[in-house]
Ligand binder design. Structure first.
Ligand SMILES: NC(=O)c1ccc[n+]([C@@H]2O[C@H](COP(=O)([O-])OP(=O)(O)OC[C@H]3O[C@@H](n4cnc5c(N)ncnc54)[C@H](OP(=O)(O)O)[C@@H]3O)[C@@H](O)[C@H]2O)c1
Length: 271
């Protein structure tokens, strides 16, 4: 049995589908309930309340773990008590490149490494699906606003992260590894907006936000250090943050999907 946290999210939702299609027994864990593929067990649980994970973890073999809640050690303790042997953590590129700003994923990484379980850490860069923040303004007036419109980063398709996670959960040989996950090429926000326009068959106007406007918007849903870390990555990325990692291709035997591919598959959100 494989337990997938974040099962209602961009990565976890696709991971549940992939594992179920591969014939694995899957428990989808989330606070909200949505419809899951046939045969998938749903378990209500909250990573902020580690004891609530017991029913999902009891008797399971592997865990796909998201960074959420404040006590990663207690979460890993429940995993060990439940009999989990393998844990795959969805961390963040920032845990490696800007550990002071990304203390939350850093703490989860440390707890996973010290858990005694076989562990693998996935460190993705920014997701293609962050462009869903443009869905409403693009639907309403065909505009997309972001700061640093001409700074290119190798954003990644969450479906590729899910495919990597499925491989690492199902195959041996990934214990003790940390994988950096990126898309196939650096793409600027301006080009991402244009790619959505291309998928829609109409022009999407890109509006450059000031750093202050972006800070105010991000502060509504992110803690201050993460806002500053994210703005720094978006505006003045380091060489490591701009670099295309070979890990997705090594693990999947194919190049990562492009942003244009993500836009084409998700065009309905922008219509
Ligand atoms: N977006 C990026 O650019 C980026 C980059 C690097 C790393 N990441 C990491 O990737 C993770 C997943 O991203 P995503 O885009 O798949 O997220 P998403 O679509 O926003 O979904 C977040 C998921 O987290 C679950 N969740 C949140 N708090 C929880 C809690 N206390 N207990 C249990 N489940 C909880 C939600 O489930 P319910 O609400 O249904 O419980 C949902 O399934 C992020 O959390 C972040 O750590 C993201």
């Amino acid at each position: 049995m494989i337990v997938v946290t974040g099962a209602t999210g961009q990565v976890g939702g696709e991971l549940v589908r992939l594992l179920a299609a591969a014939g694995e027994r899957v428990t989808a864990l989330s606070r909200r309930t949505v419809s899951f593929p046939e045969g998938v067990r749903h378990s209500a649980g909250d990573l902020a309340e580690p004891a609530s994970l017991k029913p999902a973890l009891d008797g399971a073999d592997a865990l796909f773990l998201l960074v959420a809640g404040e006590d990663p050690r207690a979460v890993l303790g429940e995993a060990v008590a439940g009999g989990i042997r393998r844990v795959v953590l969805l961390s963040s590129q920032g845990a490696g490149t800007r550990p002071h700003a990304y203390g939350h994923p850093v703490a989860f990484e440390q707890a996973v490494r010290e858990s005694g379980l076989e562990w693998t850490i996935l460190r993705p860069g920014g997701f293609d699906s962050n462009a869903l923040a443009w869905a409403e303004p693009i639907r309403a007036h065909r505009t997309a606003a972001a700061p640093f419109g001409d700074v290119a980063l190798p954003v990644i398709d969450p479906a590729d992260i899910a495919e990597v996670a499925a491989a690492v959960l199902r195959q041996d040989g990934h214990g003790g590894r940390t994988y950096e996950l990126t898309g196939p090429e650096p793409v600027t926000p301006r080009r991402r907006a244009a790619a959505i326009g291309g998928a829609l068959g109409t022009e999407v106007r890109f509006v450059e936000q000031t750093e202050e406007e972006a800070r105010a918007q991000m502060s509504r849903f992110m803690p201050a250090p993460v806002v500053e870390g994210t703005l720094a990555i978006l505006g003045t990325p380091t060489a490591a943050e701009r670099r295309v990692s070979p890990d997705v291709e090594r693990l999947l035997g194919r190049a990562p999907r492009t942003f244009a591919d993500w836009a084409a598959r998700n065009v309905a959100a922008f219509r």
